[in-house]
Design a protein around this ligand. Structure first.
Ligand SMILES: *[C@@H]1O[C@H](CO)[C@@H](O)[C@H](O)[C@H]1NC(C)=O
Ligand SMILES: *[C@@H]1O[C@H](CO)[C@@H](O)[C@H](O)[C@H]1NC(C)=O
Length: 485
């Protein structure tokens, strides 16, 4: 142990001196024909070697040319090859920092294939191959590995201690495998450093609670695109630093009480694309202090789940798109709406907006009501939010051209002063029933409609009613106003 440390120390000093004396200059690619069909480029930190569309024999040959030259191979990329087996000692005598074996039919990784590069390897990518299990024995000496990518393989289970030895690992991704089982001690050894874990695109039917419970350094957990049909209180116990949880595109029908109550640091929760009908009033208990992003789109929710959302006083981004919401209660946003900057209600079944429904949305910047069944948008609904709004989408609604809609014209004119181009391009129309034609909301013929025109005050950026009495002889304002008697 002491000797090993001394050697490591000596090596550190040597490489330090080496860096000072620019030993890097001696790093040089071998002659092109020596390693063909592989190719080599010099990069700042070492060589970048690429071998594509070739086989075991040519790769072995290239490796033997590179051996014993104290070269730093910063990247070794083997892609689209025929490399069913990674044999023992294939990289012996090489210093490889980032190794990629991608789309190469790899199904066997022999125990001694990677151990020789364990001291230097920080990234290993074996994505898009034919692995049916985690090659644990080959991984166990990779004591400096930070990132392990096993996406797009055929792994069907993660047995106990599958990653033991990878005690420095920070990112593990297993996206798009065929995982049905994760044993209780599957991640033992990863509990000190693991920050991101991707189990998305697998065949899990429940949260592998036991295995996850030791991962108290984990920040991001992705389990989207699985078959999870049920979650319950305690499922996420132990992951006390979790910042982001992805459960989109599963089979959840319900968000039960206290399902996430152990995740007090959670900032972002994705539940979109499930089949959620029911959100318990205590569904988000425990998330009050940190939750900012909540995605519930593409579910089957019938009303804004206000009781569950109340108390989420940090919530900024609420996405309820493509549900079956037909009705917004007056108090839909009371108790938590103050911090919301982004609200998406597009593709629902909303017919009416309640007069004071948006009153608590004091920070709202983006409001999406596209593709609903709204015919009227009363001015008083919007008045509460026109100060802060920068984007409103009310396209694809059966809007009737009426005087109430003039808030839009005023608001967008005000926005133009702020140089907001994105909104100006949106073509929002209403239907003038008497003429059987459409008008753009931006060019509503207010006088033809006999509307009492309200001017807007660009300084206070709020529309002010100039005309309140029916005498209507006093015509002031910034714009030509047609008086109505
Ligand atoms: C995978 O590699 C094969 C050659 O072995 C190639 O024909 C195929 O296009 C590659 N697939 C992808 C998705 O890159
Ligand atoms: C949407 O809700 C209505 C009742 O509000 C119901 O009749 C309808 O079946 C629901 N649609 C779906 C797809 O569940």
């Amino acid at each position: 142990m002491a000797r090993e440390r001394a050697v490591t120390w000596a090596w550190a000093v040597l490489s330090g001196l080496c860096a000072l004396a620019s030993c890097q200059v001696q790093q040089q690619c071998p002659a092109r024909q020596e390693i063909a069909p592989c190719s080599c480029q010099m990069k700042k930190n070492g060589l970048d070697i690429l071998c594509e569309f070739t086989d075991q024999q040519h790769i072995d040959n290239a490796m033997s040319v590179l051996k014993g030259k104290s070269l730093v191979i910063f990247y070794l990329k083997l892609r689209h090859n025929n490399l069913k087996k990674l044999p023992g000692f294939v990289f012996f005598g090489l210093d490889i920092r980032h190794l990629t074996i991608h789309n190469s039919s790899l199904s066997v990784v022999e125990e001694a294939s990677l151990s020789s590069i364990g001291k230097m390897l920080t990234q290993l990518d074996v994505s898009q191959n034919s692995l049916t299990s985690v090659p644990s024995a080959a991984y166990k000496n990779l004591h400096h590995l930070l990132i392990l990518n096993m996406n797009h393989n055929n792994i069907n289970s993660i047995p106990n201690r599958a990653f033991q030895g990878l005690d420095t690992l920070e990112i593990l991704t297993l996206y798009e495998n065929k995982i049905t089982t994760v044993e209780p001690d599957a991640f033992v050894g990863l509990e000190k450093r693991l920050k991101r874990l991707n189990l998305g695109g697998n065949e899990l039917t429940s949260v592998p609670q036991k295995s996850l419970s030791i991962l108290d350094t984990l920040k991001k957990l992705e389990m989207q695109e699985n078959q999870i049909s049920r979650i319950q209180e305690g499922d996420f116990e132990g992951m006390k630093n979790l910042d982001s949880l992805g459960l989109a595109h599963n089979k959840l029908r319900e968000v039960p009480a206290r399902a996430f109550s152990h995740l007090s640091q959670l900032n972002s929760l994705e539940l979109d694309g499930n089949n959620i009908v029911l959100v318990d009033p205590s569904a988000f208990a425990g998330l009050e202090e940190n939750l900012q992003y909540l995605r519930l789109g593409d579910n089957n929710i019938h009303t804004i789940p206000t009781p569950a959302l109340r108390g989420l006083h940090r919530l900024r981004h609420l996405d309820l798109r493509a549900n079956n919401i037909s009705y917004i209660a007056e108090d839909a946003f009371t108790g938590y709406g103050d911090s919301i900057t982004f609200l998406n209600l597009q593709k629902n079944d909303i017919k009416m907006l309640p007069a004071l429904g948006f009153e608590n949305l004091n920070s709202l910047e983006t409001l999406n009501l596209q593709n609903n069944k709204i015919m009227h948008i009363p001015e008083e609904v919007m008045e509460a939010v026109t100060d802060t709004l920068r984007v409103v989408d009310v396209t694809d609604n059966p809007l009737v051209c009426d005087c109430e809609l003039q808030w839009y014209k005023n608001w967008i004119r005000n926005l133009r002063d702020k140089d907001d181009e994105m909104m100006q391009k949106k073509r929002t129309v209403c239907i003038m029933t008497s003429e059987h034609r459409e008008y753009s909301l931006q060019s509503l013929p207010l006088d033809k409609m006999h509307c009492a025109v309200k001017a807007y005050d660009p300084i206070n950026s709020r529309s002010t009613s100039l005309l309140t009495s029916s005498f209507a002889t006093l015509c002031l304002g910034l714009y030509t106003v047609k008086c109505v008697i």
